[in-house]
Design a binder for this molecule. Structure first.
Ligand SMILES: CC(C)(COP(=O)(O)OP(=O)(O)OC[C@H]1O[C@@H](n2cnc3c(N)ncnc32)[C@H](O)[C@@H]1OP(=O)(O)O)[C@@H](O)C(=O)NCCC(=O)NCCS
Length: 189
């Protein structure tokens, strides 16, 4: 699957060509729309964050605060993208922004895909689209932080498979036995 190149600022319309989604997720090859989140997507985002069952309540609160900050000042500190079914259902989202006091470094703050839509390429599609947009914005580096907890093992594997290298670890950062794992990827135009 590859996002359609629609140019800067345009919504991408990638083809979602395989997989057997369940529930309200389309079962046949379909077109997913990737576009910025709007205020009405706050509730679906919260539902997705809760449904993933990996985030603590205070992490979900912070994710929603970040979203509110984005809604108040779009594209100042944060940018969001959602992956939508043709019917407009939100399957997943991510939030990223320029890292303060750096030249061309960006942080990926949050990424989450509804469990019903995981392992079908939605997260990869979102990440590809961010990287495409960042390449056009002359970004150099994308940094992602996550936890060393076993529950995040698939997430860390997901980042590695998409070319993100583990560049640092802060031992016991989140709590004893829970390291902060830092991934990075160079962006090339
Ligand atoms: C991490 C996360 C965002 C990944 O999203 P996703 O949509 O499941 O990711 P993808 O489907 O693109 O990729 C997952 C796997 O599915 C496979 N896949 C991709 N397209 C596919 C398709 N069309 N059909 C079947 N499988 C496919 C990929 O190969 C990938 O496997 P790999 O990593 O071994 O290569 C998602 O699992 C999630 O929300 N996790 C919980 C929240 C979380 O951990 N967030 C990050 C906090 S730091």
């Amino acid at each position: 699957m590859s996002p359609a190149d629609t140019g800067d600022g345009q919504d991408a319309e990638p083809t979602w060509g395989s997989g057997e989604p369940s529930g309200s997720v389309p079962r046949e090859p379909a077109v997913l729309r990737i576009s910025p989140l709007e205020p009405q997507h706050r509730v679906p985002v919260e539902e997705i964050l809760r449904a993933t069952a990996v985030f603590r309540p205070e992490e979900i609160e912070i994710a929603l605060e970040v979203l509110d900050s984005y809604y108040a000042h779009p594209e100042r500190d944060y940018t969001t993208l959602g992956a939508f079914t043709p019917g407009g259902d939100l399957l997943g989202y991510l939030c990223y922004g320029p890292t303060p006091c750096t030249v061309g470094t960006w942080d990926l703050y949050w990424i989450a895909v509804s469990p019903a839509a995981q392992n079908l390429g939605v997260g990869s599609l979102l990440l590809q689209e961010v990287e495409r947009r960042l390449a056009r914005a002359d970004a150099r580096l994308v940094v992602i932080e996550t936890s060393s907890q076993p529950v995040y093992h698939p997430t860390r594997a997901f980042y590695r498979r998409r070319g993100y290298d583990e560049v640092a670890r802060v031992k016991d950062f989140y709590s004893d036995g829970d390291d902060r794992v830092i991934f990075a990827k160079r962006i090339s135009t």
